[in-house]
Design a protein around this ligand. Structure first.
Ligand SMILES: NC(=O)c1ccc[n+]([C@@H]2O[C@H](COP(=O)([O-])OP(=O)(O)OC[C@H]3O[C@@H](n4cnc5c(N)ncnc54)[C@H](O)[C@@H]3O)[C@@H](O)[C@H]2O)c1
Length: 244
């Protein structure tokens, strides 16, 4: 195992993923850039500090191949930055279908496959490989959107997919440096595990968890009941607040 920490950045070939890749390399990380299309200029600029891996995050086998390549190359995995994302590919409002008696065509849900399933696939693979680290463990940070909390009517499917991964919130007035700072904070501070950070212009703001409107009664509905947890996962949860 080399001394440098290793991160997989999905969607690394452009936009925020590209900026994040450069920032991590600057901080001494090795970055595995995972994307459906290469960015030859960036890969050659970063030299030994980065490697490109063709990866379609919406396809489990493709992500699995990418993780295996990264493991075989570096022998460690310290972070998954699940950043790849797209918006709706078809319109569920079907406004131009108003006057038709035909069943509308099946919607193209690639956005859900990339933005939600891709993060779930990546999370499972990261857990698998991070357990093999010499010191088991690592960080998983995902790029969500302000649309996860305040839905954007233009992209209804995107709103739902991003709500499902709302660890970290961003919006378009926000410079990419702020997003990179949020990733850096999440990667360096374990106390942020499970939290959502709103990135707004130059600010990083912790998003408070919504209160239970019916207090303990509602809270109990989402507290782990260990017999059920064991039924699904074959072991007890070991959570301190689980109901036995
Ligand atoms: N740009 C914004 O205003 C904004 C706002 C909030 C959240 N976000 C989110 O931030 C993330 C990055 O956005 P961006 O603006 O940098 O986007 P971008 O379009 O510049 O980059 C996205 C990258 O993801 C890659 N990609 C697309 N589908 C993929 C797939 N199936 N597998 C692997 N890679 C794939 C693309 O090739 C591209 O390199 C996305 O998750 C996006 O939803 C963006």
């Amino acid at each position: 195992m080399g001394p440098e920490r290793v991160a997989i950045v999905t969607g690394a070939s452009s936009g925020m993923g590209e900026a994040l890749t450069e920032a991590l390399v600057e901080k001494g990380w090795k970055v595995a850039m995972a994307d459906i299309r290469p960015n030859a200029e960036l890969t050659s600029k970063l030299g030994e500090s980065a490697s490109f891996h063709t990866c379609d995050v919406s396809d489990y086998d493709s992500q699995a191949r990418c993780f295996q390549e990264v493991w075989d190359k570096y022998g460690r995995l310290d972070a998954l930055c699940a950043n790849a994302g797209i918006v709706d590919k078809s319109s569920i409002y079907i406004l131009d279908h108003r006057d038709s008696d035909k069943i509308p065509p099946k919607p193209n849900l690639l956005c859900t496959d990339v933005d939600y399933k891709g993060v779930v696939y990546g999370t499972q693979l990261a857990i698998h490989f991070m357990r093999k680290n010499k010191v088991p463990g690592g960080s998983i940070v995902a790029t969500a959107s302000i649309a996860a909390i305040h839905p954007h009517e233009t992209y209804p499917e995107y709103d739902g997919a991003k709500a499902a991964v709302a660890f970290h919130i961003a919006y378009h007035m926000t410079p990419v440096d702020t997003i990179v700072s949020a990733y850096n904070r999440c990667l360096e501070d374990d106390s942020l595990s499970g939290e959502a950070i709103e990135c707004s212009v130059d600010k990083l703001l912790l998003v408070p968890r919504p209160e239970y409107q019916n207090g303990r009664v509602s809270q109990r509905a989402v507290t782990v009941w260990d017999p059920l947890f064991k039924m699904y996962h074959h072991e007890l949860s070991q959570l301190p607040d689980a109901i036995a």
